[in-house]
Design a protein around this ligand. Structure first.
Ligand code: AMP
Length: 238
């Protein structure tokens, strides 16, 4: 019988009952991906592997990986797939990932997704579920562009959810609040314009394997966590 998912769709489960739980968390800047990854990591005891953090740590530690990644990161470009895959496979081989892992920020392109699928399959593994936290662009811009910070003491504020008592002034020391350059609405929109198309392509890639859960990221943090836990509980064992 012909496989309707096509030749390069992710392949069906090669693993058995003791297969590790490898999850992929997908969402644009401001979708709450980092927040959910931290909660999930605590709740289900899986290590959280965030590509940006791993690269920054390698850079700070001056490892060969960090040195190789440096030029790409400094230009704001993607680090080549070979390096990125090698880094992730090394992290997945550590005892901390014995039960599985939550991948965050990787894969970021369909090329990376295919390379990861192949590498995992050759070890008898696969991505078990893809959790896509969906938030409309206007809401994302509002969330990110509403963030303000006190340049004096670092206290964060948000126009909608956590405003200062006196407009534009820090509650603690009265210092005028500032906005990060890359949190300005026009910059946030530009970041999203670049980021969303490849992210959507990765989601579509895994949709062809039927392993994506789309979650409404406009709901409160706890509700999104519950939805994620429900989808892992119901489907990750399939
Ligand atoms: P982030 O903190 O996720 O924005 O990542 C910071 C930098 O790390 C990016 O600008 C890239 O240079 C690199 N990086 C993070 N994730 C990836 C990835 N999946 N593939 C290639 N490079 C990445």
């Amino acid at each position: 019988m012909t496989d309707s998912r096509g030749a390069d769709a992710p392949q069906p489960p090669p693993g058995g009952a003791d297969e590790r739980l490898i999850l992929l968390l997908v969402g644009a800047v401001g979708a709450g991906k980092g927040t959910q990854a931290a909660i999930l990591s605590r709740e289900i005891g899986l290590v959280h592997l965030a590509s940006g953090n791993l690269f920054r740590a390698a850079l700070a530690a001056g490892t060969p990986l960090g040195e190789s990644a440096r030029e790409y990161m400094e230009r704001g470009e993607l680090v080549p797939d070979e390096l990125t895959i090698a880094m992730f496979m090394e992290e997945l081989a550590r005892p901390a990932a014995d039960a599985g892992a939550i991948l965050d920020g990787f894969p970021r392109t369909v090329g990376q997704a295919k390379a990861l699928d192949d590498t995992l399959a050759s070890a008898g593994e696969r991505i078990r579920r893809v959790l896509y936290i969906e938030v409309p662009t206007d809401v994302l811009v509002r969330r990110v562009a509403g963030r303000w910070i006190c340049p004096q003491c670092g206290t964060p504020y948000h126009e909608d959810t956590n405003p200062p008592r006196v407009a534009d002034r820090c509650d603690r020391d009265g210092t005028p609040l500032k906005q990060r350059d890359d949190d300005r609405p026009e910059v946030v929109r530009a970041r999203l314009d670049k980021q969303v198309p490849p992210m959507t392509a990765v989601v579509e890639h895994y949709e062809r394997a039927g392993i994506v859960d789309r979650l409404d990221g406009t709901r409160p943090i706890e509700a999104v966590t519950e939805a994620i836990l429900a989808s892992i509980g119901d489907r990750a064992t399939s």
